[in-house]
Structure formats: C-alpha cells, structure tokens
Ligand binder design. Sequence first.
Ligand code: TRP
Length: 334
Amino acid sequence: MTQPTTPERRIFSGIKPTGRLTLGNHLGALRRFVDLQHEVRCLFSVVDLHALTVDHDPARLRALTREAATLYLAAGLDPSVCVLFRQGDVPLHAELSYLLECTAHVGELGRMIQYKEKGRDRPQTRVSLFTYPVLMAADILAYRATEVPVGDDQRQHVELARDLAARFNRTYGPVLVVPEMTPAPVAARVMDLQDPTRKMSKEGPDDALGAIRLLDPPDVVRRKVLRAVTDSGAHVRYDVQTQPGVANLLDILGGCTGENDLHALAERYSSYGSLKRDVADAVIALLTPLQKRYADLAANAGEVDAVLRRGAEQAIEIAAPTLTDAKRAMGLGG
Ligand code: TRP
C-alpha cells in the first residue's frame, strides 16, 4: 500500500469530555497510557470538538474538559514525555477534517453504528454527529499515528480512518499513515455496577449508581460498590455469562490489585459481602493517591494551563506538515 515511509511508532488517543471520567476510563485506558508514554511517542487529546455533536452546555463542557486533562496528569501522564492537549486549541483538526470529508462517502458514514443509533432519522440531529468519524480520522491522521489504542466500540471509526487514509493515498499520493487499532485487553473492560451487561460509561447523570467516578470520595465509592447488582447464585465464581455482576467485581478487584487469575481470586471469597468490601477498599486505595495529585494540580490552575498551552504548540508542530502535504496533494495553494 502506498503510504509515506513509516515514521517511528506513534500513538494517538482521544477522550471525549462528555461526562466525568470513571474507573473504567482509568483501568481500561489511562493506566495503559501511563506505561505506554515511556515506550512510544504518545499524543493524548481531550477531544472537546467531539463533545459538540450532541446537546451540550458550554460551561459544563469547559469544566469537563479541564477536569479530564487534569485527571490525565494526576493519573501519571508526564508532559515532559508525552503531548497532552485540548483538541479545540489546535485548529488544523477541523481543517484536515474538511479535506477528509472530500475523500469520504455519504454511504460509509451512514453505516456508522453510533450515527445509526444516536442520530439517523432525527431531523434535529446535528450535522456534526454525521461527520464526527471524519473528524476522528483527522485527529489520528494529522499526527501520522501508527497505533490507536481504543475500546472495541471505536473499532468501526478506526477502520474508517484506515479506509480514508488509504483512499487519500491512492488518489493523491502517499501523504497519510494508515494506523492500526490496538484493542484494549478484555479484562480492562469495566462494566456498569447496576447493569453489568453494559460498559461503565462516563455519560449519564453525574450521580448514577452504576459508575464510579475517579473523583468520587471514598464513602461514595463504598456505597456504589456495596449496592452493585450481583446475582441470585450464592457462590463467588468467575463466570461472565451466568454471573456477570460478580465477574465484574472480580475484574475490578483484579484490575486494582494486579491479580490476574480471577478464578483463584474468586475462590478466596465465600460471600458477596466480603468480596464487595474488598473491592471497595481496593478501588479507594487506587483512587486516593490520584485524587491527592488531582487536588494539588487543581489548586494550581496555572500549571495545567501551561501544560495545555505547550501541548497545543507541540501538537501543531507535529501536525502542520501533514496538513501542508495534504493540501498540496489535493491541488490547493500555489
Ligand atoms: N470517538 C472516541 C470516543 O468516543 C473519541 C475520539 C475522538 C478518539 N477522536 C479520537 C479516540 C481519536 C481515539 C483517536 O471514545
């Protein structure tokens, strides 16, 4: 396939500030990023433009964006090693997105599951919800990322980014790097505590019982865990099919403590109550240092501002050549 001579490994990932971050975001993504940043060139973005695709409140969006960026830092992302920025601070995402819209087809966007579920057939749907996957492709392709670590729900979007990059290169010449999706390990999927067949989501009401927020105080974490839905069976067993609630608690416990053998872990418990108590303790132990760092950072707003400003400058520096090449290849400019 024609593409520019591949640069070194480079990772891009984004998080949409549409809700307060959860334990699922930490165990499934953030924590991995903290390790990855030392192995690979990494760019992480709080993709605020994507939060405009559905009804939103401007003040809440600004607060959620800032909270997410601060949590990334609190979790251990090191701005001297990786690039952390707000998407809205880097204008060329929207510009490259337009060029890619001129590469994408209405048919393929109409097949996107999220659009079909959330927007199609509703006249008031924002146009941006339809074009959203193209903007996501621009996020990735602008940085010539080689890898995109995302959850399985984003697979179709990463596939589209790959298709658009390949089509662009075939049509206009080798400008874009075709990225690979690097899926999260299965055990990293944290399910909703009230409905363990659904992924724990940051969206939904702030006080939803099924989602542990990274900034929940210990008593709130404990209450949510103790009220988690289990099953009617009496035994603690790791069986996702028949005991999804208990399996999720074991996943969380293993995720927090590093224990990988969940069947062995299950054998140590004779009651749901004692399992829940240990889960609550483990989550609180994981979140306490993160919350402490968050409080320190939040008290020093200038520091977060400076990180984001610097991050946006670095992002622009990395992405600008891609945009220049793409424009030239398409016939823009002199
Ligand atoms: N669409 C992603 C989500 O909803 C967020 C996202 C936007 C993203 N741009 C991205 C993820 C680029 C990875 C790479 O979770």
